[in-house]
Design a protein around this ligand. Structure first.
Ligand code: F3S
Length: 662
């Protein structure tokens, strides 16, 4: 049997371990990326490892999420990040250059390589045949050292695309259809490999929309072949020299298979409050819409915005709608401006925003009280837009434009009727405006060593967890339901995002919108445990959703299931992820119950722990779905302590500092 594209890439980066799905494989990484609201902890961890320079080909630090600068905190973070990047040989994409994933796929991604990025939508660059995986910040710090990275060997699912998207339908329809079928947790442990005649017709930014939002299915990654579309895109980016053709074998073996006929798709919408609540737009109850946002890494490419502009052409934003647009990169913005599309948007009354993530992560443009917001971004969790009582719906740019005009849910055809065929003529430019003055290149090593890292007062130390003790008697500080998101644990907004380099401050707002008393309660308990339902920690890769509870004394999480990236973050930051052996035990535990763990270290090694509920007088079993390597990390007290041992072994007894207190 032949090989899938994913298998070929993993094999070419193989260092050790097993290539059986679910088992640990250790691989060499070529690239990494970080962004401003997650990266300070990553660079503090990298500093703590005591290395002079990154050990992989290319790392890029993006300053792209929070550009509001409400006070000194975010600019302090940006100055720290820029100086740390200069010190360690990392590229910097400056504020205003665009959103990380768009810039990464355009200017850095290379077919056949592997990238680990500190953002859950890192798989975006799977659109050019690169295996790109979203991980926590501590994992990115590890990848930057050049040490082999652990990956749970994924299952590879073939998604065979036939047909062709009809005008008014966007790649967003493809991924919403995938979410409708697979659900928000059905992709766990999988890489989705898109092939077939339908895939061959999709341009790279369309593929990027699909690969990007594969994160919403809980997938490890999504990938497309490096084929003629990729060659064309890289040539348009003046990077054809970096292109290599990379295809799955004709008779490639897969762990599963799905098929979608693109011609049969209709405009879809994801309804509140999960991206898999997908129905056709025409079936939506026609509510008044208060806000429309065109933008984000998912759906703000040249073609996306140009098609939206054509829907707006000759129409105006409804008087009750606030419609904003954040184009995904400076390059795309300049090309849209050159071709007249920005003017069409301005003429229609669309408010142009900064080239940044912004509203996608609640940095500006929160909806009104109980407002209905329609967005082209990728997540519609409660509170994701900064207002927990608002409703967020996810659609394509074409449908978003139509909705902004109608003032209620609509598709492009509702506005432009038979003229919809003109959307078919919009293709990506044959030549993008290539100009990289907003990317700061790494300094030569000797010069870089002289760079002083600048730490403002907001840059606090990286807290280091303790190794688990031989026995524990701790109380339940939070009992949550199903699908708790990392937004629930560490709320998104300009205000909260600017606290991410200051854990003592930010931890006070842990679970702020979900359970406002949690932080004070956990602090008073000293040490505690969280109990969760299904899919605990889904959503953004932000490791603060592990660091803040750890700082507040949380030692373990027991849940029915835990999302992939969050599980990795818990392990990295010394919180033990446990799963109910019998999910019915979840019902028997209440907030405040005292749980006892005896002979704990041996039980961790056995990956099965018996817990005594001293308050209710019963015992129950939990399992630890940990690999040998993850168990070692847990017993070491988290990834940093573990890595320090690894690097010391590799470099002799080189001294490594405990933390980097600014
Ligand atoms: Fe930014 Fe939203 Fe994408 S926060 S990286 S635009 S998911």
């Amino acid at each position: 049997m032949g090989k899938s594209l994913t298998r070929k890439i993993i094999e070419s980066h193989y260092v050790s371990g097993s290539m059986v799905p679910g088992e640990d494989v250790f691989i060499k990484v070529d690239q990494s990326l970080t962004h401003d609201i997650n990266a300070v902890m990553t660079y503090l961890a990298f500093e703590a490892m005591g290395l002079d320079r990154i050990g992989i080909d290319c790392c890029v630090s993006y300053l792209d999420h929070n550009l509001l600068y409400l006070d000194h905190k975010t600019p302090d973070d940006h100055i720290y990040l820029q100086s740390a990047a200069r010190r360690f040989g990392v590229h910097v994409s400056r504020p205003g250059n665009g959103i990380c994933h768009t810039v990464q796929v355009s200017r850095f991604a290379v077919p056949g390589q592997i990238c680990m990025g500190g953002d859950s939508h890192t798989p975006h660059s799977g659109s050019v045949g690169m295996l790109c995986i979203g991980v926590g910040g501590m994992d990115v710090a590890t990848a930057m050292t050049g040490l082999p990275m652990r990956l749970s060997m994924p299952k590879v699912v073939k998604v065979y695309l036939t047909g062709e998207l009809q005008p008014g339908c966007n790649a967003k329809e493809v991924i919403l259809e995938m979410l409708r079928r697979v659900s928000i947790k059905g992709g766990l442990g999988n890489v989705y490999e898109y092939v077939g005649p339908g895939a061959a017709k999709l341009e790279v930014p369309e593929r990027a929309t699909i690969a990007n939002m594969g994160a919403e299915m809980g997938a490890t990654a999504s990938i497309f072949p490096a084929d003629e579309q990729v060659r064309k895109f890289m040539a348009a980016q003046e990077r054809e020299g970096e292109y290599i053709e990379l295809l799955p074998d004709e008779d490639a073996e897969y762990d599963g298979c799905m098929e979608i006929n693109l011609s049969e798709l209709v405009p879809l919408i994801a309804c509140p409050h999960q991206p898999d609540h997908v129905i056709p737009i025409k079936d939506t109850e026609k509510k008044p819409v208060q806000q429309v946002f065109l933008g984000s890494c998912t759906n703000a490419s040249y073609s996306d915005i140009a098609k939206a502009a054509l829907v707006f052409d000759g129409h105006f934003v409804h008087e009750n709608v606030s419609c904003t647009c954040a184009v995904s990169s400076r390059q795309v913005y300049r090309d849209l401006m050159r071709d007249g599309y920005i003017d069409m948007l301005l003429h229609a009354g669309v408010r142009m925003l900064e080239l940044a993530c912004g509203p996608c992560c609640a940095i500006g443009q929160s909806p009104a009280t109980e407002g209905v917001a329609v967005r082209t971004s990728n997540r519609n969790f409660k509170g994701r837009a900064g207002n927990p009582n608002a409703e967020i719906y996810l659609v394509s740019p074409e449908s978003a434009a139509a909705t902004a005009i109608m003032g209620t849910f609509a598709s492009a055809e509702d506005i432009i009727g038979a003229d919809i065929v003109k959307l078919k003529d919009i293709r990506e430019p044959e030549h993008y405006t290539v100009e990289d003055s907003m990317i700061i290149k790494p300094l030569p090593e000797e010069e870089a060593k002289k760079v002083e890292i600048v730490r403002g007062p907001n840059i606090k130390y990286l807290p280091i967890p303790e190794a688990p003790e031989a026995s524990m008697r701790i109380c339940v500080s939070l009992k949550g339901g199903d699908n708790i998101t990392t937004d629930d644990i560490t709320p998104a907004s300009a205000e909260f995002s600017s606290m991410r380099s200051n854990i003592p401050l930010m931890s006070q707002y842990c679970y702020h919108r979900y359970d406002p008393d949690f932080a004070a309660r956990a602090k008073e308990m000293g040490q505690s445990i969280i109990v969760g339902g299904e899919n605990y920690g889904q959503g953004s890769s932000r490791e603060h959703a592990a660091i803040n509870p750890m700082f507040l004394g949380v030692k373990a999480v027991i849940a029915k299931s835990i999302a992939r990236i969050h599980k990795g973050n818990l392990i990295n930051h010394g919180i033990i992820p446990m799963l109910f052996q019998n999910p019915e035990d979840y019902e028997k535990i209440e907030l405040g119950d005292e749980l006892e763990f005896e002979n704990f270290l041996n039980q961790i090694e056995a990956r099965r722990v018996t817990v005594q509920n001293r308050t209710k007088g019963f015992s129950f079993d939990v399992k630890l779905e940990l690999s040998d390597n993850e168990t070692e990390i847990i017993l070491s007290g988290g990834q940093l302590s573990y890595l320090k041992k690894q690097l010391a072994a590799q470099n002799g007894e080189k001294e490594i500092s405990d933390h980097c207190d600014g």
